[in-house]
Each structure stands twice: as structure tokens, then as C-alpha cells.
Ligand binder design. Structure first.
Ligand code: 5GP
Length: 116
């Protein structure tokens, strides 16, 4: 059996997470190392897609669902405004190769796109 991704382990409740949203297709939880006052991860339950490029090509409706969930969560947890980040590739900071959106909100540095 292949090793499951850390996010699949969260979906399976094998490791704990602060889950803020769940549907048949998507789960969202707080990032364990927050980089903003609100830092959520929105993750499709399937681990078929390693990154957003694969997801956009393979299931654009699921990508649109992620954006819609991000919008709702930003409204629920902050003022509705948010930054949506898909790190794509190790050199761009991706460490978990199960596609996920970072939703950053709640008072971001003006104009900042990241720490580095
Ligand atoms: P990436 O670096 O792949 O874009 O994002 C992976 C994110 O997952 C990181 O921001 C990291 O802090 C978060 N992360 C890694 N392991 C865990 C975990 O076990 N639980 C939670 N809630 N977040 C995690």
C-alpha cells in the first residue's frame, strides 16, 4: 500500500487537525504553522492531484469548489478578503504533494506576497 499523504491522514482522522469545513469532496483546517492571523488549508479529499496545475487540467470544477470554499471561510473567519496561494513545486515552497490552497486573511501586510 502506498503511504498516504499527511492530508489524507487528517481526512481519515488518523492525525488530529482543527477542521473548519468538510463536504463530500473537500476538507479545510487550520495550518499547523500559521503565517497570517487566519491561515487555513483547503484540500480536496482525493489525493489524485499533486498540485493546482494537475487539478485544473483534471477536474476544473473541483478547483472552482476550492475557490468557493475559500471565499466562504474568509467571510466566516475574517472580513471576507483573502489571499489564495497554491505553492507549486518544491522550489516554490510546496512540501505536501496533495494539492491544497492556503487561505490567508485577517490583516495581511499590505502588498506582501510572502515572507521571502
Ligand atoms: P506547502 O508547503 O506544501 O504549500 O503547504 C503545506 C502546509 O501544510 C504548510 O503550511 C504546513 O505548515 C502545513 N502542515 C504540514 N503538516 C501539517 C499537519 O500535520 N497539520 C496541519 N494542520 N498542517 C500541516
Amino acid at each position: 500500500m502506498d503511504a498516504m499523504s499527511i492530508f489524507t491522514a487528517i481526512i481519515a482522522r488518523e492525525i488530529p487537525a482543527d477542521i473548519v469545513f468538510e463536504s463530500d469532496t473537500i476538507i479545510a483546517f487550520r495550518d499547523i504553522a500559521p503565517r497570517a492571523p487566519i491561515h487555513l488549508l483547503v484540500v480536496p479529499k482525493t489525493e489524485e492531484y499533486a498540485n493546482v496545475v494537475e487539478l485544473a487540467a483534471g477536474d476544473p470544477a473541483l478547483l472552482a469548489e476550492i475557490v468557493s470554499v475559500a471565499k466562504d471561510l474568509a467571510r466566516e473567519h475574517a472580513d471576507g478578503e483573502f489571499r489564495l496561494i497554491f505553492n507549486t513545486g518544491a522550489n516554490a515552497g510546496q512540501s505536501v504533494f496533495h494539492v491544497h490552497a492556503h487561505v490567508l486573511a485577517g490583516g495581511l501586510s499590505e502588498g506582501s506576497l510572502g515572507e521571502e
